[in-house]
Design a protein around this ligand. Structure first.
Ligand SMILES: [Zn+2]
Length: 262
């Protein structure tokens, strides 16, 4: 088994990642993080940071993704196009203002590796980095400029407890460091635990998520332009369920933004 330490971020909170076993992530990572904090550069010599895209060693000035991979990220450039295929997913199903994705998803490529590390390897630093890049890419686009707040797609509390974090919330927290809007993540609850969606058919997925969300205080979002943030959009059924619940709020406007679209 290989263990790796993630971003060595001196002078601030350490956000390590390692691979596979959740137990290792939860128990060993904090210990390793402390060891790195104490050992600093010395330990860093033996535990090189790795690029989330190509797994190559990172230079000292690089953060999470090497410069080559960063340049090579397959950006969608969808944001100003109302006919883009992310937006098309919701056409005639739920009223949305605008929808877009930061990157194209390729099941065997860099974006897949990056998302896997964000979702399963506790790499909070990568989540923050991606959130920042996502925000920089979107915040000046006319259709998204007047967004009032961010809402991370919630996980069911049981799932969040098992994983230890909500990857969409990590993205939102990263976005907010460059686009300082409120996060209203706590306003929408996931009330039904939906088992893994990946092997289900479209109809089954949709039925699954349709009743999955609950908004306890709709008034808090009245008149707001809410940007729903998620990691990856495939069929759009989870985001649709989310948007359907939000659309019951008077005068709300809903937009959608994901790291990647499959
Ligand atoms: Zn790389």
């Amino acid at each position: 088994m290989i263990l790796r330490i993630g971003q060595l971020n001196y002078g601030r909170e350490l956000r390590p990642y390692s691979l596979n076993a959740p137990l290792i992530n939860k128990v060993l990572n904090p210990l390793l993080a402390k060891a790195v904090l104490w050992g600093g550069d010395f330990i860093a010599l033996f535990l090189p940071r790795r690029c989330a895209g190509c797994d190559g060693g990172l230079m000292r000035f690089e953060r999470c993704i090497c410069l080559l991979c960063k340049e090579d990220l397959p950006r969608t450039r969808f944001h100003d196009d109302p006919t883009n295929r992310v937006e098309q997913l919701f056409l005639g199903k739920v009223k949305i203002e605008a929808a877009s994705a930061f990157l194209h998803f390729n099941p065997t490529g860099k974006v897949q590796r990056v998302l896997h590390r964000l979702k399963y390897q506790h790499d909070m630093e990568l989540g923050e980095f991606l959130g920042q890049e996502m925000a920089k890419d979107l915040m000046e686009c006319p259709r998204f400029k007047d967004v009032d707040c961010f809402l991370a797609v919630p996980l069911h509390p049981r799932k969040e407890h098992m994983r230890g974090y909500n990857q969409s919330q990590v993205l939102v927290d990263g976005m907010r460091t460059v686009w300082p809007l409120p996060s209203v993540g706590k306003d929408l609850l996931r009330v039904v635990h939906t088992p893994s969606q990946t092997k289900r058919g479209r109809l089954e997925r949709w039925l699954n998520v349709k009743e999955a969300f609950h908004l306890p205080d709709p008034e808090s979002l009245r008149g707001k332009h809410v940007l729903i943030v998620d990691d990856v959009v495939t069929t759009g059924s989870t985001l649709e369920g989310c948007a359907m619940v939000l659309s019951t709020v008077p005068d709300i406007r809903i937009s959608i933004y994901t790291v990647a679209c499959a």
